[in-house]
Write a protein that binds this ligand. Structure first.
Ligand code: GDP
Length: 470
């Protein structure tokens, strides 16, 4: 190809390269620098072309820093089951609705806005870290702040720790809501002590984590919690440009019998308007109607505004990026994506012990992220510390992104997928759903009954000495 473009025969080009000390074969690629040297020898001018726009990608728009204005924070509520996530979301929603609106219907669209001190806060309506991590697994980060709900009468539980690790791995600041302080057995100090063991040190103990005692049932501490959210948000300097084509994230989507595909979008930047040509995942279309969290029809939605959007050709997935674009472009991107999806299905690749060394060699991996599940805490700790002790060479570092007791569940697989981690299961097995999800997401789950075998395998894989499994 190069010979043809330069107007020489292949033999002449190869000969010239050999004389320059570059050994090549006819179907070998040479880099731009070599081509430049060669061109110099042959009196040919070469020019480097800018990289081509990926036809499945949405073109980026650079925002002028001057165009950025403050946007409301987006908050997710996480925590152990029954610690009061749903109750807290309900009470926040109700207390913030003003008298005049109180009679109005609230519509569940997956997210809602509340007012506090004249400022808006957006809450994602699906409690728990599963939705949060599912979105992150698809490359979308919607949450600015995580509210960790811990029941004061129950303390830190397995899902509390999961939630902490999910938030930490997404680098999202955590505000702790110590809930159920009305309960007779409530012991907020004990909760603080337990959280401190997980490196969440309360401010009143000299730490950095905001902790607010609340009761979702008796509506105590809610205003304080909202104020703290605004405070933490202020430090994050959340900004977006409202005067451009919209970009947003699909929060949830379903097929409605009467209305067709309905998707809730959280606009992240720009303003979405009726009539805009849009794309989300492999679906495209025109915005036919938009409905806000109070069930009202709206004509436009700016940064941090959640709206239901009608008009897509298909149901996108939660976590898909929605973009308003030129109509032709939405069509071609959507076509190319459907084609790519088919091809990718053939060869999806996540980290696995079998080809870890190759991926290290190829420079694809610098961190080996590992998630550990085991039958007892002692094994969890033994495995974690032995694996971390493998961090001797600089080529790749072992990170334990989560370690816990119990079977490998869907949430573990999601987290592994979001962080490109492999899972080591010691004396426990994945449950059926986790197994299925792991297959879909190509997550490597390794089960072991002997600790040194697990360590040995990881060490061997890191150095390219792993014996193939048959
Ligand atoms: P989720 O599983 O985390 O969403 O928890 P829920 O919001 O469903 O709450 C679980 C249970 O705890 C329900 O029976 C709630 O009524 C109760 N609950 C939630 N918040 C409080 C609270 O502040 N005080 C008391 N006493 N009970 C609460």
């Amino acid at each position: 190809e190069l010979a043809m473009k330069m107007g020489y025969s292949v033999t002449e080009i190869i000969k010239k390269l050999l004389m320059m000390g570059v050994m090549v074969t006819i179907n070998q690629e040479i880099d731009f620098d070599t081509a430049t040297l060669l061109a110099g020898e042959l009196d040919v001018v070469v020019e480097e072309l800018p990289p081509e726009q990926d036809p499945t990608e949405i073109p980026e728009i650079e925002d002028d820093p001057k165009s950025l204005v403050h946007r409301p924070p987006v908050v997710t509520v996480m925590g152990h089951v029954d610690h009061g996530k749903t109750s807290l979301l309900d009470v926040i929603r109700k207390t913030s609705v003003t008298e005049r609106e109180a009679g109005g219907i609230t519509q569940h669209i997956g997210a809602y806005q509340v007012m506090c001190q004249g400022k808006k806060i957006v809450f994602l309506d699906t409690p728990g870290h599963e939705a949060f991590t599912a979105m992150r697994a698809r490359g979308a980060q919607v949450t600015d702040i995580a509210i960790l709900v811990v029941a004061a009468d129950d303390g830190v539980m397995p899902q509390t720790i999961e939630a902490i690790n999910h938030a930490k791995s997404a680098k999202v600041p955590i505000i702790v809501a110590i809930n159920k302080i009305d309960r007779p057995g409530a012991n907020p100090d004990h909760v603080k002590q337990q959280l401190a063991e997980h490196n969440l040190i309360p401010e009143d103990w000299g730490g950095q984590t905001v902790m607010v005692p609340v009761s979702a049932k008796q509506k105590l501490g809610i205003k304080e919690l909202l104020e703290m959210i605004l405070l933490v948000a202020e430090m994050q300097e959340l900004k977006a440009n409202p005067d451009r084509e919209a970009r947003g994230i699909i929060i949830e989507a379903q097929l409605d019998k009467g209305r067709g595909p309905v998707a809730t979008v959280l606009v992240q930047t720009g303003t979405l308007r009726i009539g805009d040509s849009i794309i989300a995942g492999t679906a495209h279309g025109k915005v036919r109607a938009m409905i806000n969290d109070r069930g009202e029809k709206v004509k436009k939605a700016g940064p941090s505004v959640p709206v239901e959007v009608l008009g897509l050709s298909d149901v996108p997935e939660a976590g898909d990026i929605l973009a308003a674009l030129d109509e032709k472009l939405t069509r071609s991107i959507s076509d190319k994506r459907i084609e790519k999806q088919r091809n990718d299905l053939m060869r999806s690749k996540k980290v696995s012990l079998d080809d870890l060394f190759q991926q290290i060699q190829d420079g694809n991996i610098k961190d080996l992220n590992i998630l550990i599940k085991a039958d007892v805490q002692g094994s969890v700790e033994a495995l974690s510390s032995s694996l971390l002790a493998l961090n001797k060479n600089d080529e790749v570092r072992v990170n334990i992104i989560h370690a816990g007791v119990g079977a490998v569940n869907e949430s573990d697989v999601m987290l592994a997928s979001a962080s490109n981690a492999l899972i080591i299961a010691f004396n426990v097995r994945p449950d059926t759903n986790a197994r299925k999800l792991a297959d879909n997401e190509s997550i490597d789950i390794r089960t072991y009954r002997v600790i040194y075998e697990a360590i040995g395998d990881v060490e061997a894989a890191m150095t390219g000495m792993l014996a193939p499994q048959f």
